[in-house]
Design a protein around this ligand. Sequence first.
Ligand code: NG6
Ligand code: CA
Length: 513
Amino acid sequence: MPRALWTPVLIACFTLILSSAAHSEKPNVVVIMADDLGYGDLSCYGATSLETPNIDRLAAGGLRFTNGYCSASTCTPTRYSMLTGTYAFRGERTGIAPPTAPAIIKPGTETVGTMLQRAGYATAVIGKWHLGLGGPEGPDWNGDLKPGPLEIGFDTCFLLPTTNDRVPQVYVHDHRVPNLDPKDPLWVGKKKPSPDHPTGQTHRDTLKMDWSHGHNSTIHNGISRIGFYTGGHAARFRDEDLADKWVEKSVEFIEDHQKEPFFLFFSSHDIHVPRIPHERFQGKTSLGFRGDAIVELDWCVGELMKTLDRLNLTENTLVVFCSDNGPVMDDGYKDEALEKVGNHRAGGPFTGGKYSVYEGGTRTPFITSWKGRIAPGTSDEVVCTIDLAGSLAALTDQKLTSDGYLDSFDVIGAMLGDKDAKGRDHLVQQDNGNNGTLALRSGKWKLHRYGKNFARNVVVEKKLANTKVPKLQLFDLENDPAEKKNVIDQHPEVAERLKKQLDEIVQSGRSRS
Ligand code: NG6
Ligand code: CA
């Protein structure tokens, strides 16, 4: 080739290299958060009673964390912390949100979404929200549902507004309930709307899945729920179709934004109760609907990964897979989770599960994957969903505002598996709201500090149990990962040090410097 012709070729190559290098600093980010999924619930985390090939593939091509956490053992506080980067115990009304809850994260609050929007990302949350909607009076179901995600950093949303066991069973798209017929307005409330309103108590024999505790109010789709509602019939969904809907809407979002950096928070309702997977997954495992719902979740992950592959985005997308809290067997419906559990240990080697500060409550599957950037392997570094803000800010070269993200650390090196990169050296774990029950993991030590409520659901295989425990307990996670042996009497000085550290973290109002 004559020399004169080389120049434009070289310039073109150089431009290509430059633009791809610039783009790779802002990879797409897909956070897949499962609901109530335990450490031992996936085959890549040791489960043998079922197979999760898609999540296993994600783990095999990425980093599988053995010390990955969510920050609380119930949904609302973990999601609050994941989005705001601040421990939920610092916030008001951050415990499990009722159906009528107003927006818990107020407009103006810094979130992962606002930070990534500033970095030039298109942002979406698709799936379970459970962080309240609307002003102080609560959600206006027939009008504009705001504030909500769009007021705190998301360009768009397609939501299950509360939980699948809480009323109402309708979607929310941006500020509206889609398909709502004005002639059949939606009413949601705490009290029975009329004496003849059918409930799980009065019409128990008509239910397709019976309840075991709570969950005996309004009936929809043959399942009685928490709370009451009437109307909005044209807008109601079938539980069986939720996973398909999340995938459909996510694929649309990814396709629409494939040419710009995007952040997708894929917030699965699986495997929360009522566990009603699509008919095509029912009976797929020996574990009953709880196992079948895990298989449905695995299918969702496969569809998302297939979409990224099809659009050639896998090498430019960081995928984070996590859970919002540990496992529970009977969470209010008779779906045979306990009866069919066999040898399956949903919490893996850990004690406790949902609602508890034992490791089983917050030590959950945590996988990062980014083809070509993250070398496949396993990591023992401590990382937590609360660190997404700090870590993604570092990755995308954004500064965290000093008055936000009060507990979110930059552990991006650990998340990407960079050589010698460290995770956290300590982490506060909480159960539900701000009832004072917290635990502090610091290195190999873990201190439990019980507040007004005592530990619940300590043994995940049994039904919910209110088990009295001492106010302070100390465990050595290295030698006793199952937290069976309280060693506070053998190591009083360690307990004292951790107690001081925990007090300091709580009282100082922040743990990020
Ligand atoms: C509890 C519900 C439980 C579940 C949980 C929230 C009863 C008896 N129990 O109050 O079924 O809905 O709240 O789960 O009603 S979470 O994963 O969204 O935090
Ligand atoms: Ca949950």
